[in-house]
Design a protein around this ligand. Structure first.
Ligand code: FE
Ligand code: FE
Length: 174
């Protein structure tokens, strides 16, 4: 791999990391949607899957303008976050508790993305990459909105999980 010298190089490295993160999420979100019991939560994951495909496309557009390739880097942080989501899916849990764990995992993912897009936006601004800046801002907004929707979903689902703790349902013994 060539030496990373300047901010443009760092920018490209960070964008590659994000492209890997988004690509991994495109594979993980359908599994999270399938595992969710709440139809609202499942729909939320489905909706964010469509947005996430758009996030990957925006990054491809940015790479094309930079005349660079988005591939060649694996986002290990996203790999770990998705593993935690998979744990939530596999765990022996009540439907309500599993939904609460899925939300917990998903919010970690969104916050990771919010941090990463904030960073690359700062670089794009400094580098005068105005078109990229606009695309990155659009994605960042969708990540923030998704996080807010998850907070909203948690408000009812966490309460349901709280009640499930006292009265285990048959589904919790699967
Ligand atoms: Fe995203
Ligand atoms: Fe996201």
């Amino acid at each position: 791999m060539p030496k990373i010298n300047n901010l443009r190089d760092v920018y490209i490295e960070q964008l590659k990391d994000l492209y890997s993160a988004e690509s991994q999420l495109i594979k993980a979100l359908p599994k999270m949607a399938k595992a969710a019991t709440s139809t609202d939560l499942a729909q939320g994951f489905e909706d964010h899957l469509e947005q996430t495909k758009g996030h990957a496309e925006r990054l491809e557009e940015i790479f094309e303008a930079l005349d660079e390739k988005p591939t060649g880097k694996k986002c290990k942080a996203m790999e770990g976050l998705i593993k935690e989501g998979a744990e939530a899916i596999e765990e022996d849990a009540s439907d309500e508790a599993r939904d609460a764990m899925l939300i917990a995992a998903a919010q970690r993912v969104e916050h990771y993305e919010i941090a990463a897009y904030g960073t690359v936006k700062t670089y794009a601004k400094l580098l005068g990459e105005d078109d990229a800046l606009e695309l990155l801002e659009e994605t960042l907004q969708e990540e923030v909105e998704t996080d807010e929707k998850l907070t909203e979903a948690a408000e009812s689902i966490n309460v349901e999980a709280e009640e499930a703790e006292e009265e285990p349902t048959a589904s919790s013994k699967r």
